[in-house]
Design a protein around this ligand. Sequence first.
Ligand SMILES: *[C@@H]1O[C@H](CO)[C@@H](O)[C@H](O)[C@H]1NC(C)=O
Length: 437
Amino acid sequence: METKRMIFVILISVLLSLSLPVRTDYVRPQPRKTLHFPREPKHPSLPHQVHISLAGENHMRISWITDDNSAPSIVEYGTLPGQYTFSSSGEATSYNYLFYSSGKIHHTVIGPLEHDTVYFYRCGGQGPEFQLKTPPGQFPVTFAVAGDLGQTGWTKSTLDHIDQCKYDVHLLPGDLSYADCMQHLWDNFGELVQPLASARPWMVTQGNHEKEKIPFFTDAFESYNARWKMPFEESESTSNLYYSFEVAGVHVIMLGSYTDYDELSDQYSWLKADLSKVDRKKTPWLVVLFHVPWYNSNHAHQGEGDGMMTAMEPLLYAAGVDLVFAGHVHAYERSKRVNKGKSDPCGTVHITIGDGGNREGLAQKYIHPTPEWSMFREASFGHGELKIVNSTHAFWSWHRNDDDEPVRSDQVWIISLIGSGCLAEKAYESSKILVSP
Ligand SMILES: *[C@@H]1O[C@H](CO)[C@@H](O)[C@H](O)[C@H]1NC(C)=O
């Protein structure tokens, strides 16, 4: 039975991978192998794969999985170890995928929480104590950014480097586990990221590797949506595939590259409404993430983001988006401020950071000559850190995983559109585009 099942799953995966566009014109060097670690036997009601995410103002969602279907979705927490002065109950879900049945997936929102405070917490009324730190209520605030993570030796070194830096929130522009229909790899990924993801909020959006649709059998983002519930309800979105949140003085929008984005789509209407609600006095910085880059001078995935860019770039430009982070291309690239395919001092800085460490390796072939808008490009694994210092200044750095050491390879001060005076100029244009029905 076990062999039959394996053969079936492998067959399905092969069929699926054949249907995906594969580029053969670039060489991907030495990817590292997928990590395998035996899951320690635990009591079935003990928590696995604990991760946290922001869930509306001053609230945090705690997510975890138990083998036991009757384990309660309760989180006890407090500001001193072992002393849980508060508790919250949540909801649970589960899913089946071919022959795989997930454990019980718990999502419990806790709060209101104080800013910049360490909380100790326990899931399901028993088991180990975890700790988290809430983000600050005002600047400075620091984001760690890494996309296309996977679960290889390179993923591990990227995570180790992120762990060494001081940051408040992890931003992930798509492609988490590279489970690619092998559901136990989602569980493996959950264990791998738990030490970091249980301590700082992980805010994620989906990539192509989350799209595990098997026609007639499963929906496209079933595992992703069940496991990585994000604050879409809290931001008046109807889909877990796009949402927004605010942290310190930053409004962050997560978009979906793999759901409809044309002018008649729900995502487009939601984005327009969300942008028109942004109060730049409260959140001077506006940041957007999605998976497929719009500004990419790598041969890999060239032009794939064009459709979404045509539809949505006018909205982002009118609203004055400071920064866009994308993944998908397994390399790093930073642009000047751009709009409509060329540099524009009142446009957006686009950063491709799909180099977290997945098993497919790096995308090394670049277009020559370098486009005028491209400021820095390199095919190496690594991660980024965005420290927003105040309403006008942010320090961005990209850290390459060089021989397992984090090396700061690119760094730049970014001045916000508020700081450069662009927003005042945009006010008229944005009122036309964003407020019109
Ligand atoms: C913002 O931070 C930058 C960099 O540290 C500094 O030069 C600038 O004076 C700060 N602006 C304000 C208004 O504090």
